[in-house]
Design a protein around this ligand. Structure first.
Ligand code: AMP
Length: 505
């Protein structure tokens, strides 16, 4: 029924003839079969079509996580639309930018936000404003319930758009990454193989679904393999530990693992049914990797990806999962390390570029930006700094915009963070460059300590023998926790803003 729709057809293929197989186990213990899931998605497709969605139209969605949102995503694809999920934390002012930029045909928000957002939607010329709530109520689910399943998928080919995801962009305007049917499917198919997903798997899904990790990596891979999801509306350590009894895979951001490690029930026994723990979206501390291995006997598999490219590299399923690295390029994906126009040899740090069927089509209505970051030969300049070692393992050194230039010298924050993290009494650290009257930028460290008595002087003197003078932090600040976004990424810009005047006082 979806033959002419590239992504929908592929996402459905593994469950054809298996309509009774369980796709989702919900928080209330109820299950949804594959047949029920797709029937529901078809009713959403029909409802969207009635609201005027045609091939290529955007459907913007800012709602709380629920399985119905996944049905809306698949329904949008079936209806030929372009799914555009928005972070639930965005304010009406931010939403105005996204709606104005993406000009969706339909915007779906929560009932709670409807009043605040209806003016915004009207101002941006959105044809239909609908609501959808976590408990399954709202105007759009109601419309969908009055529709029949069996909607004939709208024709869409491999290179047609399936989704636009706005980058979290801490500098400048957020950019809409255009992802095609082929981009999404190629990655789901690659991950299914690489991570050995089968119909026997059950994935614990506790990630948000407005981001590539929870929406595509977790959900598309599960659909591709015909596996099932234990679907949690939010991250809850107790619930995850309990779910491990009959689940097989967990995908998480590093913070998940750090929090789970504090749980008294985390041990070899509680994780014995699990076969795979995946981490990504932010760097996993080597310490966390080691502690996890000690407590559970499992080596966390770290992978690297981003909104614009889906997943690029992964540690191996069989073979050494090397802490502090993100493994090898996925099949079909090329990774190279560049200094401007020159490709760097093994072991040297430079800008990471990637090419492959996973790489996006460009930024929505930003041809100039697209040209700046996507080369004519198909390589995308990720904005990450990294290196490849002699065995082919890729390591991420940090974002290029976090590189510190002090007195004309380049300083990679990661090099200093690793040293500090190794110190007794340190939980974790973030090294940043702050405006400095003499050096341009001065190196500073922000540290979370574990209760031990540790002073600025202790840290500064510990660094003296290990680091060249220009790399040594000039100041150290202690905080109770580092600022992080929902995906667990440390917000270095927020830190730079907080301590901006350190050297000008
Ligand atoms: P996003 O587009 O929000 O998914 O963010 C993508 C960025 O997250 C990448 O460009 C990296 O800077 C970072 N990232 C993702 N996975 C990892 C990882 N395993 N280790 C370090 N950084 C990562």
């Amino acid at each position: 029924m979806y033959e002419n729709n590239f992504l929908a057809q592929n996402l459905r293929a593994s469950s054809l003839g298996r309509d009774d197989a369980i796709f989702v186990k919900k928080e209330d213990g109820k299950t949804l079969s594959y047949g029920e899931f797709f029937k529901g998605a078809e009713t959403y497709a029909a409802a969207l079509a009635k609201l005027g969605v045609k091939a290529g139209d955007r459907v913007a969605v800012q709602v709380e996580k629920s399985i119905e949102v996944l049905q809306l995503y698949v329904g949008t694809i079936i209806a030929g639309g372009v799914f555009l999920p928005l972070n639930t934390a965005y304010t009406p002012t931010e939403i105005e930018y996204f709606l104005g930029d993406a000009t969706p045909q339909v915007f779906v928000c929560t009932s709670k936000n409807k009043d605040a957002l209806s003016k915004v939607a009207e101002k941006c010329g959105v044809a239909a404003l609908e609501t959808m709530d976590q408990d399954g109520s709202g105007s759009l689910p109601e419309r969908a319930r009055t529709q029949m399943a069996g909607f004939r998928a709208v024709e869409r080919a491999k290179d047609d758009l399936a989704a636009i995801l706005y980058t979290s962009g801490t500098t400048g305007r957020s950019k809409g990454a255009m992802l095609s049917h082929g981009n999404l499917w190629s990655n789901a198919a690659a991950l299914k193989e690489y991570w050995h997903f089968t119909q026997e798997d059950m994935l614990i899904h506790a990630l948000p679904i407005f981001h590539t990790h929870g929406l595509f990596v977790a959900s598309n891979t599960t659909l591709a393999a015909g596996s099932s999801l234990n679907f949690m509306n939010k991250f809850d350590v107790d619930a995850i530990i309990e779910a491990m009894a009959d689940a097989t895979v967990l995908m998480g951001v590093p913070t998940f693992y750090v929090r789970l490690l504090t749980h008294e029930k985390l041990n070899k026994e509680t994780t014995k049914n699990m076969r795979l723990f995946v981490s990504g979206s932010a760097p996993l501390l080597e310490e966390t990797h080691m502690q996890w291995r000690e407590k559970t006997g499992h080596a966390i598999l770290e992978r690297y990806g981003m909104t614009e490219t889906n997943m690029n590299t992964s540690n191996p399923y069989d073979g050494e999962r090397r802490a502090g690295t993100v493994g090898f390029p996925l099949p079909g994906v090329e990774v190279r390390i560049m200094d401007g126009e020159t490709e760097l040899p093994v072991g040297e740090i430079g800008s990471i570029e990637v090419r492959g069927p996973n790489v996006f089509q460009g930024y929505w209505q930003m041809p100039e930006k697209t040209k700046e970051e996507l080369r004519d030969n198909g390589f995308f300049m990720t904005g990450d700094l990294g290196m490849i070692d002699e065995k082919g393992y890729v390591s991420i050194i940090g974002r290029s915009k976090d590189l510190i230039i002090t007195g004309g010298y380049n300083v990679y924050p990661k090099e200093i963070e690793l040293l500090i993290d190794d110190m007794d009494g340190v939980v974790e650290s973030a090294v940043i460059g702050l405006p400095h009257p003499d050096f341009g930028e001065g190196v500073c460290a922000v540290i979370v300590k574990n209760g031990k008595d540790l002073s600025e002087d202790d840290v500064l003197s510990a660094m003296k023998n290990d680091l060249a003078k220009y790399k040594q932090p000039k100041r150290v600040f202690f905080v109770s926790e580092l600022p992080r976004n929902t995906m667990g990424k440390v917000q270095k810009k927020a830190l730079r803003d907080t301590y901006a005047n350190t050297f000008s006082q």
